[in-house]
Ligand binder design. Structure first.
Ligand code: ADP
Ligand code: ASP
Ligand code: MG
Length: 405
């Protein structure tokens, strides 16, 4: 009978030192049996990726994208090799594979490529010879066989994509907290651990700043019906399961509060009021893999022009300014930007059936004199841009207001 394949991902803190890497090997060793084989996906050790990014800045403010990926992907190579050696030290056969060796093929885009396919032949061959297979997260190769990376925090997505390619029904994400909480437990002391969260809610939370999971990982898990088990690397306890949840089982309107303090607002002023222009602007941003949110367009009094503004992740600021400034030169309009904002969001499938959630959120912020700069909503989330200085107070207030503690 074919062995069951278990896919586990260990994040940066979990492999942050040689001792922690050895602990990962020991923990997984206990799981190996005649009917289970293991694939482990690792992030770079601790702060390595940030250090590599800083290193590029010592050379250039505008690194060549191919060389940028060639460099920042190397952190994962270190942790994967060290983990494979740790298994070998305790008598377990193991092999490390880079993204390319593991057959992870991506789009031809650097720094935020999407995984297109995974050719699993090599992985399966190694599993068949009873090895633990340790794979570098975060990286793949494009059609030219150049190394690509899939976005900061992307090792979660590497793990889920591998779980999908290997037909697993669950993927374990080991991290430095013991599950998904109602809000970041490092920011709000009485945040509460959730036993389960729906894919939809987790996708919104992750996209809106809950860094515990990479948004693409949640999307990929949903598409492939894979349950994510987010759990502690350091304690042997149950974590949070991200899976299909029936909306009727949810009693509270809000499941979690997410905060993103790394947003920037771009405003294009006096854009000619003609059909097709918004399409041109946002297509150019999309082609460069830039995610936009909070889009607001309003026509000016003369009706000949309008202002278009939207928010982006601060990491995309330079690139977005280059794109919008080049468009604005052609259109004879101007571009402004503001990085002093934060986006706070309430998320919950329960709000679909509970009117008044938005009013409750706005009133709670208003009572504490927190000014709302802009608002966007979907069926299961309400986001407000506020001033960054109010961010921490706002999470505390909303966490209390929606009875999440
Ligand atoms: P890893 O290196 O394991 O991928 P990350 O730092 O990317 O770990 O993600 C874990 C962190 O996510 C936690 O330390 C926590 O501060 C943060 N976080 C943000 N929002 C949440 C949330 N709602 N629940 C749990 N953790 C959260
Ligand atoms: N090492 C990469 C990063 O720091 C990927 C990851 O940790 O998921 O972004
Ligand atoms: Mg992460």
């Amino acid at each position: 009978m074919a062995k069951q394949i278990v896919v586990q991902k260990f994040g940066g803190t979990s492999v942050g030192s040689p001792e922690k890497i050895k602990a990962v090997a020991n923990r997984t060793a206990n799981l190996l049996s005649n009917d289970k084989s293991v694939v482990i996906v690792v992030s770079a050790m601790g702060n390595t990726t940030n250090q590599l990014v800083e290193l590029t800045k010592e050379i250039t403010q505008n690194p060549n994208p191919r060389e940028y990926d060639a460099l920042v992907s190397t952190g994962e190579n270190i942790s994967a090799s060290l983990l494979a050696m740790s298994f070998q030290e305790i008598g377990i056969d193991a092999i490390s594979l880079t993204g390319a060796q593991a057959g992870i093929q991506t789009q031809d885009l650097h720094a935020k490529a999407k995984i297109l396919t995974i050719k699993t032949d090599r992985i399966k061959k190694e599993l068949d010879s009873n090895k633990v297979v340790v794979i570098t997260g975060f990286q793949g190769i494009n059609p030219n066989a150049d190394i690509t990376t899939i976005g900061r925090g992307g090792s979660d997505t590497s793990a889920v994509a591998l779980a999908a390619a290997l037909d697993c029904s669950e993927c374990e994400i080991f991290t430095d907290v013991d599950g998904v909480y109602t809000t970041d437990p490092r920011k709000v002391k009485d945040a509460k651990k959730l036993n389960e969260v729906s894919y939809e809610e987790m996708l919104e939370m992750a996209s809106l700043g809950a860094t515990v999971l990479h948004p693409r990982a949640v999307e990929c898990a949903k598409e492939n019906k894979i349950t994510l088990h987010v759990r502690s690397s350091f304690e042997l306890i149950e974590g949070t399961r991200v899976k299909e949840v029936n909306q009727l089982e949810v009693s509270k309107p809000v499941t979690g509060v997410a905060i993103n303090e790394n947003e920037a607002i771009i405003s294009m002023i006096r854009v000619p009021n003609k059909p097709g222009i918004a399409g041109d602007i946002f297509k150019e941003l999309a082609d460069n893999g830039i995610n936009v949110d909070m889009i607001i367009q309003n026509v000016l009094e003369d009706k000949k022009s309008n202002n278009i503004s939207f928010s982006i992740h601060e990491d995309d600021l330079e690139q977005t300014l280059n794109i919008t400034k080049s468009i604005s030169e052609k259109l004879n309009c101007s571009v402004l930007h503001d990085t002093s904002i934060a986006k706070i969001s309430c998320v919950g499938i329960g709000m679909i059936s509970k009117p008044g959630t938005a009013a409750k959120m706005f009133s709670a912020l208003g009572r504490e004199s927190i000014n709302i700069l802009r608002i966007t909503t979907s069926e299961i989330k309400i986001s407000c841009a506020i001033e960054q200085k109010d961010a921490h107070k706002a999470i505390e207030i909303l966490h209390k207001e929606f009875d999440l503690a």
